[in-house]
Design a protein around this ligand. Structure first.
Ligand code: PHE
Length: 342
């Protein structure tokens, strides 16, 4: 037993690790739960009573010294990591290993592309807060007080009276823009929006929107149609057709839902377009005069159009992604597929 203690103490004193890994190995082998020190303690239990006192003291000394030595070495390895690496024969001038660079998330790619198309048409990008008040999300946009979107089932409220909530659309940015800028106004508003929906392959409680607003004198529905046609041809391909169906939004009058010809089956009918040949991609319409007035713009002088689309939806159609949840899971196998898209 005595020899064992002395021998271990000698090894502890002489040990000089070159790397943090070697030191860790040393710690496990000697100080660890199943390490040599605990082995000695175990043996100590069966030592003759008259030897206990003397051997016990030596074991204690060894234990303290081993712990102390470990702490000293730890500091040394940490502060002089590079020097020890050099001593151990590592060539510090050797070229490093290349770190693979990540890729852009498909949502970022699509957002950039859509914003880029509108920027080329003279639009600027506007952003705004995700936590909003009732006025910017609903009241200024002509939502009547009893509108269902103001219900807890559709909207995440943070506070009630006064109502503070997570924006359900980026139209709130358009309100903020109208309040602070004078026409002509041309903005696209990208951002995250929140709706109290059950998560499934086609719906999520967080998603991304890009909405647009164009206000000037004599802006007509025909201007809107032509701008949107230009956009879809740029984004989905030059042969894309559009159709506008009458719809309703509190903030636009008249309002429409815009469909594009299905780019997967070429309009013949497939599962994605539910055999109609058409895909719904955005809501749009002429800004309601009530909205212009609420934001301090003279509705007798100015008119404008607005539109809004989901980035996930555009990305699904463009890249053939079948499940919306993929965008939020960050599975590397999914994300790597966008490596080559710049
Ligand atoms: N704000 C609408 C939405 O969230 C989209 C939209 C924007 C519709 C502008 C018409 C005009 O669905």
């Amino acid at each position: 037993m005595r020899e064992k203690i002395d021998e271990l103490l000698k090894r502890v004193e002489e040990f000089s690790p070159r790397t943090a890994a070697e030191l860790e190995e040393f710690r496990i082998r000697i100080l660890g739960r199943k390490g040599e020190l605990n082995g000695i303690m175990e043996e100590f239990k069966s030592v003759a009573p008259e030897m206990k006192r003397e051997l016990g003291q030596s074991i204690n000394k060894l234990k303290n010294r081993a712990q102390e030595r470990f702490n000293e070495l730890k500091n040394a390895v940490e502060t002089a990591g590079d020097i020890t690496a050099e001593r151990s024969g590592n060539d510090l001038t050797r070229p490093g290993t290349a770190q693979p660079i990540g890729s852009r998330h498909p949502i970022s790619l699509v957002r950039r592309e859509i914003c880029g198309i509108f920027e080329r048409l003279g639009y600027t990008i506007a952003e705004g807060p995700e936590v909003e008040d009732d006025w910017h999300v609903f009241s200024a946009l002509n939502f009547p007080p009893e509108h269902p979107a103001r219900d807890m089932q559709d909207t995440f409220f943070i506070e009630k009276n006064p109502d503070i909530l997570l924006r359900t659309h980026t139209s709130s940015i358009q309100v903020r823009t109208m309040q602070t800028q004078k026409p002509p106004i041309r903005v696209v508003c990208p951002g995250r929006v929140f709706r109290n929906e059950a998560i499934s392959y086609r719906a999520h409680c967080i998603f991304h929107q890009i909405e647009g607003l164009y206000i000037d004198e004599h802006v007509s529905f025909a201007d809107m149609k032509q701008s949107l046609l230009y956009f879809v041809r740029e984004f989905f391909g030059p042969d894309t057709k559009i159709r506008l169906r009458p719809s309703y939004f509190p903030f636009t009058e008249p309002s429409a839902e815009m469909d594009i010809s299905c780019n997967l089956c070429g309009g013949k009918g497939c599962n994605v377009c539910k055999h109609t040949g058409w895909l719904e991609i955005m809501g749009c319409g002429m800004v309601d005069p009530n909205v212009l007035e609420a934001c301090g713009i003279d509705s007798n002088k100015y008119s404008g159009f607005a539109f809004g689309m989901g980035v996930e939806r555009c990305s699904m159609l463009k890249y053939g992604v079948k499940d919306l949840r993929m965008y939020f899971e960050n599975d590397i196998r999914f994300l790597h597929q966008f490596d080559t898209v710049i």
